[in-house]
Design a binder for this molecule. Structure first.
Ligand code: F6R
Length: 610
């Protein structure tokens, strides 16, 4: 949420910063700005709207700079406008700050600063930081000390970057609860909230930890903690490539990521299936496997789409492992003093690995002594690093704001964990081998479903003007109904609800008339007959039915208005297949409405604020 990028070196900083901001735009896109040294003075250029508008504005100036920082914003305090956009100046324009996160005690700090004569121009919490740092600088301390003293007074979260005319050879950065990474180059260095902004220039990175502050010069950097103690940081090589974060010939990141799923699901399983033993191998869990297997209870904790994948995980764990499993919203879990035992294993699922609620819930679970497992996509992210053990889903960078390939890769990892543990319990070698073989068919089956895109586009055309949608499923496909509804709301702004199909008659059926499209996830499984009765109930009330059914099921054709037929698989793996048509349906409805699917209104990738 919000993006930060910075450059210090011998090259022209401005194009590097603009390019970095474009890479980060998926993290927030309501305004953008740059702060940089030019002709010995600090300058700010910023505006409301996308980075492309900022670029146009900057092209109208003739600035040369070798040190600068940039920001793309997702508004928390104050509406998206030029004044509230970052960076923010002090009065004399000798100090500027960009900030991700939320300063929780900004009101009392602001009162004190106003009492000291400071004037505030914006409605942001960030401006407090500028004046606070300025107040320490005026006492004659170094920029590093001023930042450190200011942060000691601050409650909340920050990823922070600061430039000062008094020390024009450095960028000072700090992190607490909002990611910051340094990129180490040859006689040039970078800072960013996300490695995707740096990897065009360097793959050598240093992840800052909470409570760390760094001074970044063009040829070296220095790190201390907030107590002023020197810290040695390890330089890590990242494996992400620039091709992975480009659109690769697709018109949108979302479509590229939907289409990548045969490969991303394959990558999530690659090297992890052991056919001869009918099991899986997950290196990241080996050290804690006994503890997981002996757990009395599992909890799965996440937000949004990751929470939906957790619900599927619950069904898998309970069906195959018979270990009681609860699925929790991270935002609720962290605040309600949850009952946690040392023999609980808690799985924290997060694509970004930076979601503030999930991270805080994980810290709470650790404090209470549970075993904490991270299931993340972003390599080196906070949840991945702070968990006791974990598994990467290896979906590759997900840039489209609506999560697609991360969801299916998360489901794949849940299935791998289930197989691994089930084989230590009751599952036979023969059943394990059969399951491995079924896993191996999934990427090919996804490929087959993706070929139905044209058929789904026709359905999208028919329903693009609907005001409401219902999504219904049973068992493993109930979370898929929730996920299908979430995808549609996020990118098409059509109101959509997901429900367990049987719950429909306890309320939502009142909404059904000839204007209500109802999507049924109705593969041939043990609940098939029941779901057919639910379809009959909708048809009796003139609702329009779109069914996701199993290939070869011709009975459903006479009932549903539209049928999308997908290959068969075992129940546990069905959500990986059944969600794909729903992603495509949401995508094509939004595109037909002329909407920006990669950057839907009000949303941002990676929600690093509460
Ligand atoms: C939905 C979506 C969000 C995220 C949620 C959690 O398409 O992207 O609902 O799933 O914000 O994010 P992560 O998985 O990064 O913790």
């Amino acid at each position: 949420m919000c993006g930060i990028v910075g450059y210090i070196g011998e090259r022209d900083a401005i194009p590097i910063l603009i390019e970095g901001l474009k890479r980060l735009e998926y993290r927030g896109y309501d305004s953008a700005g740059l702060g940089f040294f030019s002709k010995g003075a600090l300058n700010i250029i910023k505006n409301k709207g996308k980075v492309a508008l900022l670029e146009e504005k900057i092209n109208g100036h003739n600035h040369q700079s070798k040190i600068g920082i940039g920001h793309t914003r997702w508004a928390t305090h104050g509406i998206p406008n030029e004044t509230n956009a970052h960076p923010h100046f002090n009065k004399e324009k000798t100090l500027l700050v960009i900030h991700n996160g939320i300063i929780e005690n900004y009101q009392p700090l602001k009162k004190i600063l106003i009492g000291d004569g400071y004037e505030f121009k914006s409605e942001t919490d960030t401006e407090v930081l500028v004046h606070l740092i300025d107040s320490f600088l005026k006492k004659g301390v170094t920029l590093f000390s001023a930042v450190r003293h200011a942060l000691n007074q601050v409650e909340g979260t920050y990823g922070l970057a600061v430039l000062s005319c008094g020390e024009p050879d450095k960028i000072v950065v700090a992190r607490k609860g909002s990611p910051l990474v340094l990129g180490i180059g040859e006689n040039e260095n970078f800072i960013a909230s996300d490695v995707s902004a740096l990897i065009a220039h360097t793959k050598q990175v240093v992840y800052l930890e909470d409570g760390e502050i760094a001074e970044v010069y063009k040829d070296h950097f220095r790190t201390k903690n907030i107590e002023d103690e020197e810290i040695q940081k390890e330089i890590i090589e990242v494996t992400m490539s620039i091709e992975q974060i480009d659109k690769g010939g697709y018109s949108t990141f979302m479509l590229k990521e939907i289409m990548e799923q045969p490969e991303s699901v394959l990558n999530s399983m690659r090297g992890r299936l052991v056919h001869d033993d009918g099991t899986s191998k997950l290196g990241g869990l080996e050290s804690v496997l006994n503890r997981i297997a002996n757990s009395k209870r599992f909890i799965i904790c996440a937000c949004g789409t990751s929470w939906h994948s957790g619900m599927v995980g619950e069904y898998m764990f309970e069906q195959y492992l018979r270990i009681p499993t609860e699925v929790e919203y991270a935002s609720e879990f962290r605040y309600r003093n949850p009952i946690i035992h040392p023999d609980d294993t808690i799985f924290f699922i997060s694509q970004s690995g930076e979601t503030a609620d999930t991270l805080a819930a994980m810290k709470e679970a650790k404090r209470k002594g549970a075993l904490v497992i991270g299931i993340c996509n972003a390599v080196g992210s906070s949840i991945a690093r702070d968990s006791d053990a974990g598994v990467y889903i290896h979906a590759g960078p997900e840039i489209g704001v609506a999560s697609t390939k991360a969801f299916t890769a998360q489901l794949s990892v849940f299935a791998l964990i289930t197989l691994l543990l089930a084989r230590r319990k009751d599952m036979s070698l023969i059943d394990g081998k059969k399951m491995v073989e079924e896993f191996q068919t999934i990427p090919g089956k996804i490929e087959k479903i993706l070929k139905l895109e044209k058929q789904i586009e026709v359905i999208a055309e028919e329903f693009k003007n609907a005001k409401n949608f219902l999504y219904l499923g049973r068992g493993y496909n109930f979370p898929v109904a929730l996920e299908g509804a979430l995808k549609l709301k996020e990118i098409s702004y059509i109101h959509a609800e997901g429900y367990p199909a049987a719950e429909m008659k306890h309320g939502p059926i009142a909404l059904v008339d000839e204007n209500m499209p109802v999507v049924f996830i109705a593969p041939k499984d043990s609940t098939y007959d029941k779901i057919i009765s639910n379809i009959e109930e909708i048809k009796a009330r003139k609702g329009k039915v779109i069914a996701i059914a199993t290939e070869g099921d011709d009975d459903i054709d006479r009932l549903a208005d539209y049928v999308i037929k997908i290959p068969e698989t075992i129940r546990m793996l069905m959500p990986i297949l059944s969600v794909i048509p729903l992603q495509l349906l949401a995508y094509h409805i939004a595109m037909k409405k002329g909407l920006n699917v990669d950057q839907p209104r009000n949303l941002a990738k990676s929600v690093t604020v509460e």
